[in-house]
Design a protein around this ligand. Structure first.
Ligand code: UD1
Length: 416
């Protein structure tokens, strides 16, 4: 298993080009199943998760090819509706094929994803929403099985804001018969952009960017031809690296509005920011000021930046409070940071972080994607050597992370 060896303590400086967004790319990849044709997705990050999703599409009969960051998906000969456990268990986003398969073929057999490192992560809203649209779904031997579904418009109100359920039902509704109204939808850019991509293919969706979507079903769509938006979490992570190491990093190819909540927190911590249309320059303070952070659905502070922010707070000049309201158990990075000298007390879903002057290198282990990013950040700021184990999580979600960090002056090395 690969590890990363980091010799920390240096401020990082320079320019980093932010890759396409993983969380925006995956639902668009699923949406290629809605209509037979040759779809072109540009700026797709080359990651384990996008490769796994490509494999899911291939198993369904699609022809998929990656040429640098251009992904071409030919869905003209899709001839299977089964997404197997072996793939779904490695990547929960595979569940996104359910709505498109039901919408196009009236059938689907998709493995239930099961739990993840930070808790149960249910998909009940996906299922009840599709059922409200007329799908008959059974759970058989760990699979969600839908047969003879003819999706019809329905009014569906979500009791919690869910990125996954909003994307899933939006994809199902664009080809359903009649009008679907989705209430209390997610506003994350990944979801809004999926809607815009579908509209570009001929879907009729009203209310994008608001909490209520009205979707009039159409009988056919044109193939997708789009560029995936920049990854707001990768951008915010590099901004946090500048904050943590006291360096100056220019983020290129970003949409600053998409990670404004994180930028505002970094400003509060003492960073100086220069925002432009598609770039942000972040200069970290000598030592970050402590913060209060509460994760919220977009446009609030993202749960996907909670771990990285705890890393910044771990070296802040005072005591910070970080609360995750989206995933209450998403704190596996906390005991690992403690091994590097961080002083963090966990009370349920609230981390009280007493900043220390300096972290110290140690052997640590990553347990999920953002927790891994947090540990790499801590390693970059720590005195001495840190060995981060199980970094395959990072390969799921950060394109060329160690090359990008090395280009900013980090002493970082992958050990096979
Ligand atoms: C969440 C984040 C997303 C992030 C992703 C991976 C939010 C709103 N979403 O998305 O930004 O990229 O984690 O870290 O911050 N839920 C249900 N039933 C369902 C679906 C969800 O109860 O069927 C609950 C979840 O348990 C969670 C909340 O709704 O508490 C948000 O879920 P959702 O946005 O769907 O989660 P992800 O798609 O995993």
């Amino acid at each position: 298993m690969d590890k990363l060896l980091v010799r920390g303590g240096k401020p990082l400086h320079g320019t980093v080009r932010i890759s396409g967004s993983k969380n925006a790319a995956l639902p668009v990849m699923a949406a290629t199943l809605l209509t037979p044709g040759v779809h072109r997705l540009r700026n797709v990050p080359r990651l384990r998760d996008t490769q796994t999703f490509a494999r899911v599409l291939e198993l369904l009969g699609a022809k998929v090819s990656f040429d640098s960051n251009l992904l071409t998906v030919d869905t003209r000969e899709v001839n299977s509706v089964e997404a197997p456990y072996e793939l779904v268990k490695t990547m929960r986003a595979s569940i996104y094929v359910l709505g498109p398969l039901l919408a196009r073929f009236g059938r689907a057999k998709v493995s239930l994803p099961g739990g993840c490192a930070w808790g149960p992560r249910p998909v009940n809203l996906h299922l009840t929403g599709l059922q409200a649209m007329g799908a008959v779904l059974e759970i058989e031997h760990g699979y969600i099985v839908g047969r003879d579904a003819r999706l019809k418009g329905a009014t569906i109100g979500f009791d919690v804001v869910s990125v996954g359920a909003t994307a899933q039902l939006m994809m199902a509704a664009v080809l359903a018969e009649g009008t679907t109204v989705l209430e209390n939808v997610a506003l994350e850019p990944d979801v809004t952009v999926l809607g815009e991509v579908l509209v570009g293919c001929g879907a009729r969706i009203e209310g994008l960017g608001s909490r209520r979507l009205t979707i009039h079903g159409v009988t056919s769509l044109r193939p997708i031809d789009t560029a995936i938006i920049p990854d707001r979490i990768e951008a915010a992570t590099f901004a946090a690296v500048a904050a943590m190491t006291g360096g100056t990093i220019r983020l290129e190819n970003v949409m600053p509005d998409h990670f404004e909540a994180a930028l505002r927190k970094l400003e509060e911590s003492g960073c100086a920011l220069q925002r432009a249309a598609d770039s942000v320059t972040v200069s970290g303070p000598a030592r970050p000021r402590p913060l209060n952070v509460v994760t919220q659905p977009f446009p609030g502070f993202p749960t996907d930046m909670q771990a990285q922010m705890i890393a910044v707070c771990a070296v802040a000049d005072g005591t910070s409070v970080v609360e995750d309201t989206i995933y209450l158990d998403r704190f596996t990075h906390v005991p690992e940071l403690a091994r590097m000298g961080a002083q963090i007390e966990l009370k349920g879903n609230v981390a009280v972080v007493k900043g220390v002057d300096r972290l110290a290198g140690a052997q640590v282990m990553a347990t999920d994607l953002r927790a891994s990013a947090c540990l790499v950040m801590a390693a970059l700021a720590a005195r001495g050597e840190t060995l981060v184990d199980r970094i395959y999580h990072l390969d799921r979600g950060y394109e060329s992370l160690e090359q990008k960090l090395a280009a900013l002056g980090a002493d970082i090395q992958r050990i096979h």
